[in-house]
Design a protein around this ligand. Structure first.
Ligand code: 13P
Length: 255
């Protein structure tokens, strides 16, 4: 089956790499992925490295994303960064609602929704993360949890806005654990999210929104995940920190 949606592989570097390391990485990556234009490639460095990475990648096809954002554009919010600042830095994407932010920094569905709306207003593309914890999967409430997070995160958006964004399904128990969701489990939840988008925003938004899988994505499991009808890419943590493994993942996602 040929998917109409362009696959998107994004590297979430979390709190890794100095700006010097980040620049060296993207210089190497740019050479490694030259010509692989069937896949959109995004790197999401920590804030310190955003501007140097954007400058290094000027003219390259690799896009840059941030890992978090505030919903206000300026103000007395010590330690925060705004959508306008990320836009000015040259970012195109922003990861919003990652489970580590939900777990360690009190991120709520309401704030995820505020952030999604704020970045859209500044012409940035949200990569909105949803996913269940292990206890929730074991109690059989995965779809309920994912439904709540998705509905709340997308509340008040237009169909056109949803069509242009990216949703990442990351089961929390699969992150950094080496336990990838099976291809069919990942497809099942991602298909469920696409159906939900269809119910809430209509068929066109559902057909266009790109939905990634995240959680222990490696070069070896990328191809079969990407072969699932509703999986449009991957949000990669650990394996995105190494040029060789990240490149292999991008290769595996190439049609
Ligand atoms: P790992 O690929 O290290 O499991 O991390 C996934 C993730 O959290 C990406 O956002």
């Amino acid at each position: 089956m040929v998917k109409k949606r362009k696959p998107i592989i994004a590297g979430n570097w979390k709190m890794y790499k100095t700006s010097t390391e980040a620049v060296a990485f993207v210089q190497e990556l740019e050479l490694a992925v030259a010509g692989m234009e069937d896949v959109e490639v995004v790197v999401c460095p920590p804030f310190n490295a955003l501007v140097p990475v954007v400058e290094t990648l000027r003219g390259a096809v690799i896009s840059v994303g941030a890992q978090n954002v505030h919903w206000e554009n300026q103000g007395a919010f010590t330690g925060e960064i705004s959508p306008g600042m990320l836009k000015d830095a040259g970012c195109r994407y922003v990861i919003i609602g990652h489970s580590e932010r939900r777990q360690f920094f009190g991120e709520t569905d309401v704030n995820v929704n505020r952030k999604v709306k704020a970045v859209l207003q500044y012409g940035l593309t949200p990569i909105m993360c949803v996913g269940e914890q292990i206890g929730e999967r074991e109690s059989g409430i995965t779809e309920k949890v994912v439904r709540t997070q998705t509905e709340a995160g997308l509340a008040g958006l237009t169909a056109g806005q949803v069509a242009g964004m990216v949703i990442a399904y990351e089961p929390v128990w699969a992150i950094g654990t080496g336990k990838t969701a099976s291809d069919s489990d990942a497809q099942q939840v991602i298909g469920f999210i696409r159906d939900l988008v269809n119910q809430l925003f209509g068929a066109e938004a559902a057909a266009q929104v790109r939905i990634q899988y995240g959680g222990s994505v490696k070069p070896q499991n990328t191809g079969s995940l990407m072969a699932q009808p509703d999986i449009d890419g991957a949000l990669v943590g650990g394996a995105s920190l190494d040029v060789e493994s990240f490149t292999q993942i991008i290769k595996a996602a190439t049609r």
